[in-house]
Design a protein around this ligand. Structure first.
Ligand code: KG4
Ligand code: ZN
Length: 343
């Protein structure tokens, strides 16, 4: 039988406190404590986020250990997100993980949050095909902080071949939702409102960006100007068209992403596509990519199950596991970082 290798993963980059325990590639527990407090403010308030991580992290860790049916002394290593993210939130996770590592005399593993979103596909049954993608593949990394096309050659050999020049696609979802009067969490709510909408009702122009890069700042302004103009003529315009507006925005964003990744497949000759990050939970994006893959037999597509699209502890644990196997251990002196660093 395969030797047990038990890793605990701690995720605290933004607003959700997530902890997971895995044994090799099998998830034993996956706990998320959401921070509802931000709803009141219409977006994440960093100071509140760190205070709530501080309050919730030990609860999440205890619950994860309890649900795993293991003893904490069986844990072989602790991994945690070192960045990118909100500094206060990261510091809470880092301090906890370091203390845990010292207390239990187990190794410390630091994880790049973006890389972890990709490597979550190597957890057993993490994606809708229930299979691991073979290398090399193209990852469309779509989250609240990042929009990138990444050529993944191996677990820790990743190369960014396209990136947003300004805002992320998650930010576009959240800000457009806000324009429509839908507040935190904007992306998931916009997705929900779209369900009863007609996605071809409104046509929005798509950004014209070179090569494999993206831009969403002009797109956001375009929607803003469109809504402003319509509201001048009819103050109930949003109210009367909310579902159609949401569905049309969502369709356009999904087409922008699909067109870019299509271009990337032609350019690289790689037709194995992996979606990652919170925005990959979007129903229209999932539907559109699956449909395209059905029509294009060369395409092989991997989409995370929704609980592994959004931030989760299992992605931190699995990345830690691969680092453990390569002896990539970290010292207690590591310092969290807020901005994306090289892989
Ligand atoms: O990966 P993630 O959980 O956190 C970051 O690493 O940023 O991604 C969060 C982003 C937010 O912008 C959120 O609105 C978006 O993912 N998101 C969605 C959906 N679920 C989460 N956007 C559109 N549709 C969804 N269903
Ligand atoms: Zn994330």
């Amino acid at each position: 039988m395969k030797k047990k290798l038990i890793i605990i993963g701690i995720e605290s980059t933004c607003d959700d406190t997530a902890v997971s325990i895995i044994n090799n590639r099998e998830v034993l527990s996956n706990v998320i404590i959401r921070q509802k407090i931000h709803k009141k403010y219409g977006g994440v308030v960093p100071e509140l986020a760190s205070r709530f991580h501080d309050k919730n992290l030990y609860l999440a860790v205890n619950k994860a250990i309890y649900l795993s049916r293991i003893d904490k002394y069986e844990i072989d290593a602790v991994s945690f997100s070192l960045g990118p993210g909100l500094i206060g939130s990261l510091l809470v996770g880092a301090s906890f993980a370091k203390s845990f590592s010292i207390g239990l005399k187990i190794p410390l593993l630091t994880v790049n949050h973006v890389q972890a979103h990709i490597l979550v596909h190597f957890i057993q049954n993490a994606n809708i095909n229930n299979s691991f993608p073979k290398f090399p593949f193209l990852c469309l990394m779509i989250s609240g902080g990042h929009t990138q096309i990444i050529k993944v050659n191996d677990f820790f050999k990743m190369e960014i071949i396209g990136s947003t020049l300004d805002d992320s696609v998650g930010d576009a979802f959240d800000k457009i939702a806000r324009m429509l009067g839908i507040y935190y969490p904007g992306g998931p709510l916009l997705d929900r409102f779209s369900k009863s909408g007609y996605s071809k009702k409104f046509n929005f122009s798509k950004p014209n960006v070179n090569e494999l890069d993206f831009s969403f700042s002009g797109f956001k302004s375009h929607i803003f100007q469109f809504i402003k103009k319509k509201l001048k003529k009819d103050s109930f315009f949003i109210k009367n068209n909310l579902a159609d507006l949401c569905a049309s925005v969502q369709r356009t964003i999904s087409e922008i992403l699909l067109e870019k990744i299509h271009k990337a497949t032609i350019k690289t000759g790689i037709f194995r596509i992996v979606l990652a990050g919170g925005v990959s939970a979007n129903n229209e994006i999932r539907r559109n990519f699956i449909l395209f893959a059905k029509k294009n037999k060369k395409w092989e597509i991997f989409i995370p199950k929704k609980k592994y699209s959004i931030d989760n502890g299992a992605m931190i644990a699995i990345t830690g596991l691969f680092k453990y196997k390569k002896n990539f251990f970290d010292s207690i002196n590591v310092i969290p970082y807020t901005k994306f660093q090289k892989f």
